[in-house]
Design a protein around this ligand. Structure first.
Ligand code: SF4
Length: 266
C-alpha cells in the first residue's frame, strides 16, 4: 500500500483514483458487457506473436504467426532458419526484416538464460518479477511483457495501448503527462488486481467506439459524469482547436492556389 501510494502521490490520491477506476469499470460493463480472460496461447507463442503484432494490425500479424508456426513447429528451427529466411515467412506482418532479427535475438536470449525455449517457469514467479524478467529480453518493453503475463497466464498486468492511455488520462485515473511506459506501473497500483483484465478490455472498447482520439462522442458516454477532461471543458476546447486548424488549412490551400495562378511558386 505504501509503495503504491508513493507512486501515486499519497494514500488519499490512491484511494480516490482506485474508487474512480472501479466505478468506471462497473459503468462501462453495463454498456459493453462483462469480460473474462481466456488464454489465447501458451507463453512462448504469446511472446512471439506479440513481437509480430508490433506496429501492425491483428489481421496482418495473426496469419503471419500461423504461417510461422506451420513452417517451423520447433523454436530451434526458427533460430536455425536465420533472419533472412524467417523474414520471408513473416512478411505479411510488416517490418519483416526488423521483426525477424528481434524474434531470433529474443529466442537466443531465452535459451541462454533458461536452457530451453520455454517461459513456463514464469508461472511460479511473482508478477512484477516476471515482468522484469521479460523486459530484460531484447525488444521486449512493458507492453509486450504485460500482454504475455495477462493473456497467457491471467496475471493482473494492464498492457497500455494508445486507447487505454488516452481514456485513462481523460477520465483522470492517470496524470495526462505520465507517458505510456510509466502508465503501466501507475495503473497496476491504482486498479485492483481482480479488475485489471476487465479495465484493459473495457477501456480499449470505449476508446475505439466512443472516446476516440480526434474528438470523443461525450454525449454518448456512460461515464461523462466522472470524466475530469469533460469537466475541464476539454472536448469543447479540442473542437475549437480542430475547427481553427481546419480554417487555417483552408486558408493556406487558397493562398497556394492563388499564388500558383499568379505564377508564384510557394
Ligand atoms: S466524457 Fe468524453 S472525454 Fe470523457 S471519457 Fe467520456 S467520451 Fe471520453
Amino acid at each position: 500500500m505504501r509503495e503504491k501510494a508513493a507512486l501515486v502521490g499519497s494514500v488519499r490520491q490512491l484511494k480516490k483514483r482506485t474508487a474512480l477506476a472501479v466505478s468506471v469499470v462497473e459503468a462501462l460493463e453495463v454498456r459493453y458487457g462483462f469480460s473474462r480472460i481466456i488464454a489465447r496461447f501458451e507463453p512462448m507463442d504469446e511472446l512471439i506473436s506479440c513481437i509480430l503484432s508490433q506496429h501492425t494490425s491483428d489481421s496482418s500479424s495473426f496469419p503471419a504467426f500461423t504461417h510461422l508456426r506451420a513452417t517451423y513447429p520447433d523454436w530451434q528451427q526458427v533460430v536455425d532458419a536465420g533472419p533472412t529466411q524467417l523474414a520471408d515467412v513473416i512478411r505479411k506482418a510488416g517490418l519483416a526484416n526488423q521483426k525477424a532479427k528481434s524474434i531470433i535475438a529474443c529466442l537466443n536470449a531465452i535459451y541462454e538464460r533458461v536452457g530451453e525455449y520455454s517461459l513456463e517457469f514464469l508461472r511460479s514467479m511473482p508478477t512484477l518479477e516476471a515482468r522484469k524478467w521479460l523486459m530484460e529480453l531484447p525488444g521486449v518493453g512493458p507492453k509486450t511483457a504485460s500482454i504475455v503475463l495477462c493473456f497467457s497466464m491471467g496475471r493482473e498486468t494492464i498492457p497500455v495501448d494508445t486507447h487505454i492511455y488516452r481514456v485513462s488520462w481523460r477520465i483522470g485515473i492517470i496524470p495526462d503527462d505520465i507517458g505510456e511506459v510509466k502508465a503501466h506501473d501507475y495503473l497496476m497500483a491504482v486498479v485492483p488486481p481482480e479488475l485489471a483484465f476487465r479495465y484493459h478490455i473495457d477501456l480499449i472498447q470505449h476508446g475505439r467506439v466512443v472516446c476516440k482520439a480526434p474528438l470523443p462522442d461525450c454525449s454518448n458516454c456512460p461515464i461523462v459524469d466522472r470524466c475530469q477532461w469533460y469537466k475541464k471543458d476539454g472536448p469543447a476546447k479540442r473542437k475549437a482547436e480542430l475547427s481553427k486548424a481546419r480554417t487555417q488549412n483552408r486558408k493556406s490551400v487558397k493562398r497556394v492556389t492563388k499564388d500558383r495562378s499568379a505564377g508564384i511558386n510557394p
